[in-house]
Design a protein around this ligand. Structure first.
Ligand code: WT7
Length: 567
């Protein structure tokens, strides 16, 4: 155990300046993530090292060096600058996990603009609310997603450019649409990178809450300090690693640890954009000799379900270190991975807002299966009591997970929503909205969220967003949305609805409503089950009691229902 005691060593005398030194960053100087992830790695003599192995649908394979990604970032940045995109303008990336997504991320940052990555499976309504909120100026997308953009364009006066990376010249372009082909563009060798500083905005990720529309989490270039160091220490990335982060950059894991962390370290990473199947995943690990694998509990549970026999069909001996994020990692999954791969999955806990890993099973630390581990060095993590918001000192008591603000990757605000941002802080603590206990050795044991947000397969879904979308269906009178337990995804979306007069309940209508939500919002937000009700349980003031419906789904005690409306 060469790593034994490493965690304690690193906690002692910890300072973020460790990362600043390694990145050769001095306070007040220019700091640009796009440059750090490509140009700097080339300057360090790794221009020819592979930055990206990409595999897409139909077995398409591509490989890019750090010099290739540097040039691609320059070329895209140059194109955007030429059409008039300026620093701090929002540029949305609405792309599948194709190479252009990764290169555009660098290109947008290189011109000092703000990247707004959105999951390409989002439907038109999900897309619209986020583009409207950010007043996005340009969107980079593919032909296959164009119809969704065209549908909402009229309502988005600020959206000046729709850049299509795979334009087919036989097809007609409509207003505001511009073709861009990386292959056909002359690579831009010398490019003037916009001199962003530590506090210049970088990435804007949207995340769902219980009430209201999704919030834009604003990050700054200085976040790289946290992402670099956590990728190095927690993901344990080393020079010869072949790294695979299975997350989509539409979500924060896919940017913090699917782009910035590994590339700022000059690590080779792999991207598989071909959906999930146990065979395909194991084959990918075998083919690329993946050494470090960062994934999510739902994927691990799906692999468990696929069975043990199939594991032995592949050579997975390259795996050296495994980590997981996004939802509770049950102890069965940890034990299973040890048995199957001879390696434990190391749980990590963090959020879109925190920007980097906060609680973790550090390499070399004793892993307690089912626990999320301890606070990352330099992070003060506590649980607060829900009344006074003071740290609970007694081990094993459940409280609200909170952190002392001040780490580099912490969000700087919610976009145009200072009020919601301020609500996240109390008594000098940042509140995560999660509940946990801490044992006598400082290990966190996750209990659940402290709100109604649904975590399905590691993705947060706002019940409010789904309820609002349901009301737009002509048959739906009222709606209430809660989480329903699920073996693989932990939670799935369940909707309770009442129908408007003249509509008949039945499986056809159920299917139609499910599809309606899938198209409008996303496959993730689509209710997996819909229950027709005569009326929904409400408080006397007319508020729908989600809590009651939730308890019913989870077979829990209903609790105090004294405010329930009397019939
Ligand atoms: C929420 C944040 C940044 C990671 C991707 C999700 C839940 C996250 C864990 C974990 C139990 C977890 C929390 C958190 N969560 N990691 N290891 N164990 N729950 O980012 O979409 O902002 O979601 O995911 O509820 O608040 P996100």
């Amino acid at each position: 155990m060469s790593n034994f005691g490493l965690y304690e060593d690193r906690v002692r005398n910890f300072e973020w300046s460790v990362a600043e030194k390694e990145l050769e960053y001095t306070d007040g100087n220019v700091l640009n993530i796009g440059w750090y992830c490509s140009d700097r790695i080339c300057l360090k003599g790794k221009a020819d090292k592979t930055a990206l192995f990409y595999e897409g649908f139909g077995g398409i394979k591509k490989q890019y060096s750090f010099n290739d990604i540097r040039l691609a970032g320059n070329t895209i940045g140059n194109f955007l600058r030429n059409i008039g995109i300026k620093n701090e303008d929002r540029v949305c990336l609405f792309l599948d996990r194709i190479p252009e997504l990764y290169f555009s991320f660098l290109g947008v940052l290189k011109i000092g603009a703000i990247v707004q990555p959105l999951f390409s499976a989002f439907g038109d309504e999900s897309l619209f609310v986020r583009l409207e909120n950010a007043q996005t100026k340009a969107i980079i997308t593919q032909r296959k997603h164009l119809s969704k953009v065209r549908k909402v364009l009229e309502r988005l006066p600020n959206l000046e450019f729709i850049v299509i990376v795979d334009h087919n010249k036989t097809k007609k372009l409509e207003s505001r649409e511009l073709p861009f082909s990386l292959q056909e563009s002359k690579p831009v060798e010398n490019f003037e990178i916009y001199p962003t500083r530590a506090e210049s905005p970088s990435v804007l990720h949207y995340t769902s809450g219980t009430t209201g529309q999704p919030k834009g989490v604003k990050h700054v270039h200085y976040s790289i300090i946290s992402q670099y160091l956590t990728a190095k220490w927690v993901l344990d990335l080393q020079e010869d690693d072949i790294y695979w982060c299975t997350a989509d950059p539409g979500w924060v894991t896919g940017t913090s640890y699917g782009i910035i962390g590994p590339w700022s370290l000059g690590i080779t990473q792999c991207v598989l954009d071909a959906g999930f199947s146990a065979q395909a995943w194991y084959k990918f690990i075998e083919d690329y000799r993946i050494t470090m694998w960062y994934s999510a509990p739902t994927a691990i549970r799906s692999l468990m379900k696929a069975g043990e026999d199939i594991v032995s069909d592949f050579d997975l001996s390259s795996l050296r270190h495994l980590a997981s994020v996004g939802e509770p990692l049950n102890s069965e999954a940890v034990i299973w991975s040890q048995k199957m791969f001879g390696k434990l999955f190391h749980d990590t806990f963090w959020q879109t807002e925190t920007g980097s890993i906060m609680i973790t099973n550090f390499p070399g630390m004793k892993v307690k299966p089912g626990s999320m581990g301890k606070s990352f060095p330099g992070i003060t993590g506590v649980v607060l009591d829900a009344k006074k918001y003071e740290p609970i000192t007694e081990p094993g008591q459940v409280g609200l997970i909170a952190f002392k603000p001040g780490w580099p990757a912490m969000m700087r605000s919610y976009w145009n929503n200072e009020e919601k941002y301020r609500e996240k802080f109390i008594n000098g603590w940042y509140l995560t909205g999660d509940r946990s206990s801490i044992d006598s050795e400082g290990y966190f044991w996750f209990v659940g969220r402290d709100d109604d947000v649904i975590n399905t397969g590691g993705h947060l879904v706002s019940p409010f967003e789904v309820e609002s979308a349901l009301l737009e269906h002509p048959a739906v009178g009222e709606s209430a949305v809660v989480a329903k337990p699920d073996e693989i995804n932990m939670e799935v979306v369940k909707a309770f609805i009442t129908l408007k007069p003249g509509f008949n309940p039945g499986p056809d209508l159920e299917l139609e409503i499910m599809n309606f939500i899938r198209k409008k919002l996303s496959p993730i937000a689509m209710p997996q089950s819909i229950e027709y009700m005569e009326k929904l349980p409400k408080t006397r003031s007319g508020k729908i009691m989600r809590r009651l419906l939730h308890a019913k789904e989870w077979g829990e005690d209903i609790g105090d229902i004294s405010t329930l409306e009397n019939d």
